[in-house]
Design a binder for this molecule. Structure first.
Ligand code: OSB
Ligand code: MG
Length: 370
């Protein structure tokens, strides 16, 4: 396969509700959408970077730069037997996993469409449905948090995640646990704490959490290992895992007992499959995180979760929780039992609504093979 054309668009999509974490409050989603074409067919990929480097170092501007100046010119030199060949071909470019992922995932979608197969099948997944969890941002009050949790539990979500930050941790977690004694519950700190806060996490051991996600620094696996030794609750790493080697080192060190795989964070689908296989071989559960993606990135996450190692509910929630009008039709929906159907059509499997993409596009650039 020789990719002939790449288009990069910068989109703005308003969020229905602001989403607040320990690092930012997001009211509008700013992201890059990639189209890659070969043999008259086009595949799509969404980058998970934000405008600011608050979650991880990459931004929409660095993703655009690395695509335009390095990844796309490199792609135009390749004749690919399979999208698996891209991750090793990109290895000379250090870091920039979000940029690599957006392009790599678009090529996987293109490959699946050329095969006439759903992306899940091409990735090796066979589950017809996946289990959906929900991530609830920091709320203005504990009352508002409880109201949100109640709504999502009633909607059927199989697991509730709440965001915490210093000073907003013990009390909201205890309140949710008190009101919902049996709900599968976890917290995500997005790197807001230090090892000196170990007493907080020992206190949270009382709340019967499924896990605590990324409590310590984004680039650390040593302090996480020290923390994991001192608490009962499983540590799950998100920001700290950006490759299969990161995952192996973290597991060898005992830095976590669960891994959050976001294909857009780890360099794409091939890296996600490698992390999935490594964890499966070591009986470490994995689940798929989210980055408030539009339906395009969301469906990519849905397909990945058809793999057997995704034994815990992911952060892939319904389109309607995020956007008035998603970019795909039908939108992603969650059943009253908290499941999402893996699409059966070719590639991502839902139509892209081009009128909405055009309306959301602020800028675009096109690149062609010479
Ligand atoms: O840490 O998982 C995270 C959203 C933006 C950036 C980082 C994270 C999140 C979420 C929301 O938790 C996941 C989602 O609903 O897409
Ligand atoms: Mg997280």
């Amino acid at each position: 396969m020789r990719v002939e054309r790449v288009e990069v668009r910068r989109l703005t999509l308003p969020l229905r509700h602001p989403f607040e974490t320990s690092f930012a409050r997001t009211t509008e989603k700013y992201f890059l959408l990639l189209s890659v074409s070969a043999e008259g067919v086009t595949g799509y990929g969404e980058a998970v970077a934000d405008d600011e480097p608050y979650y991880l170092p990459e931004t929409n501007a660095t993703v655009f730069h690395v695509l335009r100046d390095f990844l796309v010119p490199l792609l135009f030199t390749l004749d690919l037997d399979h999208p698996r060949a891209l991750l090793p071909a990109f290895s000379r470019i250090r870091g920039h996993e979000m940029a690599k992922a957006a392009l790599e995932m678009a090529v996987w979608d293109l490959h699946a469409r050329l095969m006439g197969a759903p992306l899940a099948r091409v990735l090796g997944g066979a589950k017809p449905t996946i289990e959906s969890g929900v991530s609830i941002g920091l709320q203005p009050s504990t009352a508002a948090l409880l109201e949100n949790v109640a709504r999502e539990v009633a909607a059927g979500y199989r697991r509730i995640k709440i965001k915490i930050k210093p000073g907003v941790d013990r009390a909201p977690t205890a309140a949710v646990r008190g009101r919902f004694p049996h709900v599968p519950l976890m917290v995500d700190a997005n790197s807001a704490y230090a090892l000196a806060d170990v007493a907080l996490f020992q206190d949270l051991d009382r709340e019967r959490l499924m896990m605590v996600e990324q409590p310590l620094a984004w680039d650390d696996i040593v302090d996480h290992a020290a923390l994991q030794r001192q608490i009962k609750t499983a540590v799950c790493l998100d920001e700290s895992i950006r490759s299969v080697d990161d995952a192996r080192r973290a597991l060898d060190l005992g830095s976590c007992r669960i891994i959050n795989i976001k294909p857009g964070r780890v360099g794409g689908f091939a890296a996600s499959l490698a992390i999935h296989d490594l964890c499966r071989a070591r009986a470490v559960p994995v689940w798929c995180g989210g980055m408030l993606e539009s339906g395009i990135g969301r469906l990519a996450n849905v397909h990945l979760q058809a793999l057997p190692g995704f034994t815990l509910p992911g952060d892939t929630a319904a389109s309607a929780r995020y956007f008035e009008e998603d970019l795909v039709d039908p939108p992603v929906t969650v059943s009253p039992e908290g499941t999402i159907t893996v699409p059966a059509g070719p590639g991502l499997g839902h139509e892209i609504v081009w009128a909405r993409v055009e309306k959301a596009t602020r800028y675009k650039e096109e690149f062609r093979r010479n």
